[in-house]
Every structure is written in C-alpha cells, then in structure tokens.
Design a protein around this ligand. Sequence first.
Ligand code: ZN
Length: 133
Amino acid sequence: MKVKHIDHIGIAVRSIEEAGKFYTDVLGLKLQKVETVAEQKVKTGFFPITDSELELLESTAPDGPVAKFVEARGEGVQHIAFRVENIDDALRELKQRGVRLIDQEPRKGAGGSRIAFIHPKETHGVLVELCEK
Ligand code: ZN
C-alpha cells in the first residue's frame, strides 16, 4: 500500500463554531468549508494546513459515532486519516493480510472523498481512516 501523506486529523468537538475559535483566532488557521455528512450523522469543518487539514467533527444526532465518542471520552483527537492512491487496492491488500476493518468497502466522505476505517484494535488504539481524493 502507498500512503501519500497525512490527509487530516479528525477532532471531535461539541461545537465547530465554539472550538473553531481557537484554531482561527489563536492559531490563525482558516475554516475553509463546513459540510454535513448525513450518513455519519456528523458536521465537518476543515482547516487546511499545507498538504493536511484539521477536521473538526460535530455530531448532528445524539446516537451518532461522534456524539458517542464525546460522551465516552470528551472532546479530543478521534481519528487520523492517511491519503492513499487507490483505496480499493488498499482495502484488498488489508483483507488479504487479515487486518480487521470497520468498512469492508469504501464509503462517501466529506469533499467527495472515498474513505474507510481500520479497526482500532489493529492500530494500537488509533482509529485510522484511509482516504482517496
Ligand atoms: Zn476524517
């Protein structure tokens, strides 16, 4: 598999508007776009930093994965996303190696990307997202 770079780091927050103030006012980053991914019950806000981005994640429903994360652990880093050249090839390779996946097939992510999550048991506690754009 070819990992190109860290595409983004996903941070679960209660409110993008509230949390975003630190990243804009203090760190001087720009909130480039806010997008709702209905399937994942999440609103995302992207702050680009050269080749990478911070992705703030705000739940849109109390039973969504981000709401559950914040409920259990509080706000904080929720996942790290690696950009891959070809997500279909990457998933095929991981399956061949017997790596446990959350997503067997790519699903639709923010910004027209195709994403899939690897099970955190395989990655020593980090929720890893593969993403192709
Ligand atoms: Zn992500």
